[in-house]
Design a protein around this ligand. Structure first.
Ligand code: SAM
Length: 192
């Protein structure tokens, strides 16, 4: 991959069951698990987006525990994963943070559990190919609750095709979806 890739977990605006914009709560597990997957696949950053200051403080406390506290002493390699993680208030702040780190504003790539009308998704091989060329950094967005709100999807430069498992049940956790997405975009292709 020759382009810097960052990911973000969006807690607002995300959809409720009716598609209205809500804010979801940050969970400890999402911070850890996605940071470990992102670090494993060499992403340059993992931004936890929440407009609620107390939620961003929670993320800071989790990071501090694992980077400097008891967690860092017990499981030092966890600190390396969380070193790429930081809380930000909204998508614009995440874009600014990536632009500050990479020198150029990122393309926005979004993920969705099912194809949405009007959003022409690109396939996984096309995604891998796009990342192998020179180009601006990428900020890959994952949703919470019932998914990224329409106002976020409207800002996408690229919509990744849904992960299709072929069955009629499609409710991957965001942690699982992130890991599968990273492996499809950045994983070694053994045997090919
Ligand atoms: N509360 C749930 C949890 O604990 O994971 C959050 C569900 S949220 C809708 C799941 C997110 O993972 C989606 O917004 C999307 O970013 C991603 N996702 C889930 N299933 C997916 C699929 N089949 N293909 C692509 N992305 C998917």
């Amino acid at each position: 991959v020759s382009r810097a890739v960052h990911c973000a977990l969006v807690h607002h605006p995300v959809r409720d069951r009716e598609g209205n914009a809500i804010a979801s709560a940050v969970t400890n597990l999402d911070v850890h698990d996605i940071a470990r997957s992102a670090r494993t696949y060499r992403l340059a950053g993992y931004w936890v987006i929440s407009p609620i200051a107390a939620q961003r403080l929670l993320v800071d406390r989790i990071l501090d525990h694992w980077k400097h506290g008891a967690g860092a002493r017990r499981v030092p390699e966890r600190a390396h994963a969380l070193a790429i993680c930081a809380p930000v208030a909204n998508l614009d702040a995440a874009i600014e943070a990536v632009a500050a780190k990479e020198g150029t504003a990122p393309e926005i790539w979004v993920t969705e559990a099912r194809s949405m009308p009007g959003l022409a998704p690109i396939g996984w091989d096309a995604g891998r190919t796009a990342l192998s060329h020179q180009g601006p950094p990428v900020l890959l967005l994952f949703g919470t609750a019932h998914g990224l709100h329409a106002s976020v999807l409207a800002r996408a430069d690229v919509v990744l095709a849904p992960i299709e498992a072929g069955g009629d049940y499609n409710h991957l956790s965001v942690r699982a979806a992130a890991a599968i997405t990273f492996d499809r975009l950045f994983g070694e292709r053994l045997g090919t």
